[in-house]
Write a protein that binds this ligand. Structure first.
Ligand code: SF4
Length: 349
């Protein structure tokens, strides 16, 4: 599959004129190198990369390996990042699609995206030793789904069909949940009682597109209720805000992330809609096509919430080799959130 890309030039928004740009954007300018390449620069989004949920999920697998030894089974990719998955596989993790592929009694970790109650049941039937690395912010959406199903609401779950997180959340109340896969799906929604309808969402969606979907849903169902708190998580929304802040200045935005990573793919879309002239998603520096740099003066760099910083460093090194040695951070938020490990691993942290 080719990199996600768009080559069409777009109208550029002047710095500071987009309403999407937060007031606290800070740019620290690095010293000019004074050479011919000094006009070239990199804008580096902050925050980027690992979120608290991914950090916890990856550490959960590492600590499980330390405690129980290899092999450790993980249902689905622990997080959607090729490098992380390949590195853990080398250390003795066996990734499976379903629990029936795990030998009876073995240790299995559930991924950060969460699982439905049916998956817990099938693991129990096989006497598996389960360790749940579901992000607490995904668990929060599961709790909302259960609560509103108990109150007999129709739940309109905005998300991408087939995504593991959506399957897990919908599985909490399959008879109450309908998937709404973007604004174009709104016309297909039917509800039993227009006064008992709530929307929830996948945690890693585009904030703007989700709001558009909600607007269309509300045109059809004026009494549609909002979730008790934002379902799109802080990390997804912070990374999109940082990209929006730098994109209008960028000829090119490189997003480091995997193609099955929802929040990484959204960053490419957000960069383009915020004014970047082109944007590409790559897993590794070696996938960066040097032709993309022709005629480019400002390159934006960011990474999805499942991406280790070492991969971003690789991209920055490659860019520096090609004249983009000046790096200017674009900081829109500082993140300090840390989640505790699953109970049985806490002592190991
Ligand atoms: S992207 Fe958000 S919901 Fe997903 S693991 Fe990270 S913090 Fe949790």
């Amino acid at each position: 599959m080719p990199p996600t890309k768009c080559d069409s030039p777009r109208t550029r928004i002047l710095w500071g004129m987009s309403s999407a740009i937060p007031l606290n954007v800070g740019i620290t300018r690095s010293a000019s190198t004074g050479n011919a390449d000094s006009a070239k620069r990199v804008l580096l989004a902050e925050p980027r990369g690992y979120c608290a949920g991914v950090d916890r999920a990856v550490e959960t697998v590492e600590k499980t390996l330390e405690k129980h030894g290899a092999p450790v089974y993980v249902r689905k990719e622990i997080v959607h990042n090729r490098h992380v998955v390949e590195t853990l596989r080398e250390r003795g993790v066996i990734f499976v699609d379903e629990t029936d592929e795990v030998p009876r009694g073995a240790v299995v970790v559930f991924s950060a995206h969460g699982v439905s109650p049916m998956v817990h049941e099938s693991a129990a039937e096989r006497s598996l030793h389960t360790i749940d690395a579901t992000c607490p912010l995904v668990t929060k959406v599961h709790q909302e789904a259960k609560r509103f199903a108990r109150d007999d609401f129709d739940i309109l779950l905005i998300g991408h069909e087939g995504h593991e997180e959506v399957e897990g959340t919908a599985g909490e109340a399959p008879e109450h949940v309908q998937l709404v896969d973007g604004p174009e799906s709104v016309g297909n929604v039917t509800v039993r009682d227009e006064n008992k309808v709530i929307w929830l969402s996948q945690t890693t969606l585009s904030v703007d597109e989700t709001m558009e979907t909600v607007k269309k849903l509300r045109e059809r169902f004026p009494n549609l209720q909002d979730p008790p708190s934002d379902d799109i998580c802080y990390a997804t929304s912070n990374r999109q805000t940082a990209v929006k802040a730098m994109a209008p200045e960028c000829d090119l935005v490189i997003v480091v992330g995997s193609r099955n990573s929802s929040n990484s793919v959204r960053l490419v879309e957000v960069a383009l809609s915020a004014g970047a002239r082109a944007s590409y998603l790559i897993d590794y520096a070696r996938e960066l096509d040097l032709a993309w740099l022709e005629g480019v003066r400002t390159v934006g760099v960011t990474s999805g919430a499942s991406v280790p910083e070492i991969l971003v460093e690789g991209v920055l090194e490659l860019l520096a080799e090609h004249g983009f040695g000046e790096v200017q951070p674009v900081t829109t938020a500082n993140e300090t959130l840390v989640f505790s490990l699953p109970r049985e691993l806490r002592a190991a942290r």
